[in-house]
Design a protein. Structure first.
Length: 222
């Protein structure tokens, strides 16, 4: 979700790369699941998140929408997000002990927390959110270790390409009428989420994703 932020108000004032040490280690979140509760529609899923659920817990996109996820508007586009339980206001993947039941396959935004991404003209940096996590004794950890993402360089290239694509779509949507904007939003949803990926590993996922991205760019003329 696109946010206009003043880094001096939400961070420690520094920008980091994946090789930097940062005070983000929540020590296995012992006794705490606050960041899995009351998140509303803010945990937006990107295509690799859905692919990880598809391969890791054998749940395709349509089955996720039956319980754990929902569709919502995000900066003018229709994108999926994790759904909070209407009774407890907790993530639907949180178990009775307050632990993530899909931790190995958790979405990228969950892996990132309490960090954020700050996008700039030629890439993005990481920043540490200082008000979002209640843990007072966080330890220092290298960002790439905290994220626990294989081939982080490829993942970061994917994240940047996806972000840039969505930005171009949003800019283009501003010139369209309501019906055409909805057609664009549904095309993105179908192209990158509803049509199941055939990739068996992350390397194949990136190859398939970038083929879809190129095809979408040609179709949309962006």
């Amino acid at each position: 979700m696109k946010r206009m932020i003043d880094l001096s108000q939400v961070s420690d004032g520094r920008l980091y790369s994946s090789g930097d040490m940062v005070k983000a280690d929540c020590r296995n979140c012992e006794g705490c699941s606050d960041c899995c509760r009351g998140m509303g529609a803010s945990i937006i899923l990107d295509p690799i998140d859905v692919w990880r659920f598809q391969t890791g817990i054998k749940r395709d996109f349509r089955s996720l929408l039956e319980k754990e996820a929902e569709l919502g508007m995000a900066d003018g586009l229709i994108l999926p997000n994790l759904k909070m339980d209407p009774g407890t206001d907790a993530c639907m993947f949180l178990d009775e002990k307050g632990r993530c039941s899909v931790h190995a396959f958790r979405p990228g935004l969950c892996r990132l927390f309490p960090l954020g991404r700050y996008y700039q003209e030629n890439g993005f940096s990481y920043f540490l959110q200082i008000h979002e996590c209640g843990k007072k004794d966080r330890g220092k950890i290298k960002i790439k270790k905290w994220l626990q993402i294989p081939n982080l360089k490829a993942y970061e290239a994917y994240i940047l390409a996806w972000h840039d694509f969505l930005e171009r779509c949003r800019e283009g949507a501003e010139t369209l009428d309501d019906e055409k904007r909805r057609t664009l939003a549904l095309y993105i949803l179908r192209k990158f989420y509803e049509d199941a990926y055939t990739a068996r590993d992350e390397e194949e996922f990136y190859e398939e994703f970038f083929r879809r991205l190129e095809d979408a760019g040609n179709t949309l003329g962006i």
